[in-house]
Write a protein that binds this ligand. Structure first.
Ligand code: MG
Length: 395
């Protein structure tokens, strides 16, 4: 029986994980949950799953949840909050698999704590790998703790890599849908609205990752994630735009063979794979080969999507540059979603922050979090300076 801690249980990966648990009640049990600020959703999950421990973002949220749980007669559930609460959720005695699906670096400490405690991790949180991949993979290798990618591309790579030895891999190919603006003329990128950017052609996902797909920064983060997870240099990680998102990624071997993984675009499949690895279990997630008529591929357009270039540069430098890439993007995307900056200001903001980022390599999670906070502050400064310039030019 897999006894699960789900970090980010009210997000889209968390919900998909709980649907899997629902479908395989004899295989999985929910032991602990960590959520953010969606109290209605986490309250409903407590009623349905009756975890031993639950953690939410803030102390006041925890108090409010506690009151509601008591009123509902659920007095046995321990309610915690903040980073320490999430760490406790991840390392609760009895937990033997952690699904790490908190968006951003908020899940980093807990993911690291799980690895140190020797608990296998299903990794949906790519920011963890981007910001602290060097530290996390080193710990995981030393302790022989499996890190199983849930990100669909890396999950596909993980599957294809079973077709040969590490030394036999020439390079890997991450597929990218190209997002909604693949064919948009470059001069129109500044006018892209929030509503347009939130419409992803093939995947239904959270808000930040949908915007990141539209800028292709998401693919950039995935390049870094792949370098860390599979211990490959950036030059061995290629991107191919594949609008149908049918092939989730490919591995090219030294003999010229290329293995690809195809399946439905449903995150339950990579989650199920990670949860049951090295087994494969029967599911209803069937891909109808008869409906497959053609597959399109094209090279990525680095001029339309400067985030890709920024990511390769950060992957090459490593350390704080990867942290800053992610942190600056999160701040810039928030600002775009709030209507404060244009779509094309997102990569400009990231680049301005990267130019001011030192070439340092943090060796602890605390140092990673510090560098992350500094990069965020720098991104806010860049945005403030931009807003000032704008208001000056308007007067
Ligand atoms: Mg992905």
């Amino acid at each position: 029986m897999k006894q699960l801690a789900i970090l980010g249980s009210t997000g889209s990966i968390g919900l998909s994980t709980l649907r899997i648990v629902e479908q395989y009640p004899d295989r999985f049990r929910v032991l602990s949950l960590a959520a953010g600020r969606n109290l209605d959703a986490i309250f409903a999950q407590c009623q349905r799953w009756q975890p031993q421990v639950v953690s939410v973002a803030t102390e006041s949220d925890a108090a409010a949840l506690q009151t509601r749980l008591r009123a509902a007669g659920l007095t046995q559930i321990e309610v915690l909050h903040g980073a320490a609460g999430t760490v406790r959720v991840a390392t609760l005695p009895g937990v033997n698999f952690v699904v790490s699906a908190i968006v951003g670096v908020a899940g980093l400490e807990a993911t690291y704590a799980a690895v140190v405690a020797g608990i296998p991790v299903g990794l949906a949180n790519k920011e963890c790998m981007v910001a602290a991949g060097e530290i996390l993979t080193r710990e995981a290798r030393q302790r022989n703790v499996p890190l199983l990618p849930i990100d669909s591309e890396h999950n596909a790579i993980h599957q294809c890599m079973r077709g040969g030895a590490k030394a036999e891999i020439k390079r890997i190919w991450l597929t990218a849908s190209g997002g909604p603006f693949r064919a948009l003329p470059p001069d129109q990128f500044a006018n892209i609205t929030v509503t347009q950017a939130l419409q992803h052609p093939t995947w239904v996902m959270g808000q930040r990752i949908t915007i990141d797909s539209a800028t292709m920064l998401n693919k950039g983060l995935e390049i870094i994630e792949a370098c860390r997870l599979f211990d490959l240099p950036p030059s061995a990680v290629q991107v191919t735009v594949h609008p149908q998102s049918t092939i989730h990624s490919l591995v090219e071997f030294v003999d010229g063979s290329i293995l690809a993984q195809l399946s439905v675009t449903d995150m339950r499949l990579p989650i199920l794979y990670a949860l049951t690895y090295p087994e494969r279990v029967a599911s209803d997630l069937t891909f109808d080969m008869r409906s497959l008529s053609h597959l399109d591929f094209e090279p990525p357009d680095f001029a339309r999507f400067p985030c890709l270039r920024l990511a390769y540069e950060a992957a090459e430098i490593g350390g704080e540059h990867c942290i800053a890439l992610n942190a600056a993007d999160e701040i810039a995307v928030d600002s775009f979603l709030a209507g404060h900056i244009s779509f094309s200001a997102i990569p400009r903001t990231i680049e301005a922050v990267l130019e001011q980022t030192p070439r340092r390599h943090p060796s602890t999670i605390q140092e990673v979090l510090q560098a992350d906070a500094q990069a965020r502050e720098k991104a806010r400064e860049v945005l403030r300076a931009g807003a000032k310039k704008k208001s000056v030019s308007q007067t």
